[in-house]
Design a protein around this ligand. Sequence first.
Ligand SMILES: [Zn+2]
Ligand SMILES: [Zn+2]
Length: 199
Amino acid sequence: MQGGDLDITCSCGLFRARLTGVGPGSGSHLMCYCKDCQAAARHLGADDTLKPRGGSDIYHTTPSRLSIEDGAEHLSCLRLSPKGLMRWYAGCCNTPLFNTLPRGRLAFVGVSTPTLRADGAAEAIGPVIAVVNTSGAQPGPGTLRDRGFLKAGWQIMRRLVLEKLRGTARDNPLFDERGVPIVSPRVLTLDERRAATRF
Ligand SMILES: [Zn+2]
Ligand SMILES: [Zn+2]
């Protein structure tokens, strides 16, 4: 399926990456309210990237679409705990960028959508199809309910299989060919983690 290219930019502009072929079917637009996503944003001082009630707006796609264009030296990575997700960010300005698993073997990457600053990005990634982990949402007006989990899960699995079939499952600019991350993640200390989750 043909799609457009989208630039990914940190808030200061020193780090730039690109997603190619973004269109219907190439990714899943999700909203995650889990406390870990909120804690990571808070630790970076990037609360302003969160949606009301602590939502993280994420475009879930395959890493073979991702390329780093500029400022790779600013790429940084943290983990909230030794077993937590890899949370990649731009160290120049602490902009959250990507979430991945600790190894590069499974072809998925969650892109923080506030980094997709180009006109037309919202149309390219489409509407939110799944809202997850609402039990972690901040108090606020209205009712939030999880929805779309199965649909998103199915889309993600389908893309994993397609990447395997195409032979592109290991094309991932964030990991080397052995599946080792190109930047060593820093695991937060317990004190740092506590500070980021106190809200
Ligand atoms: Zn920056
Ligand atoms: Zn989350």
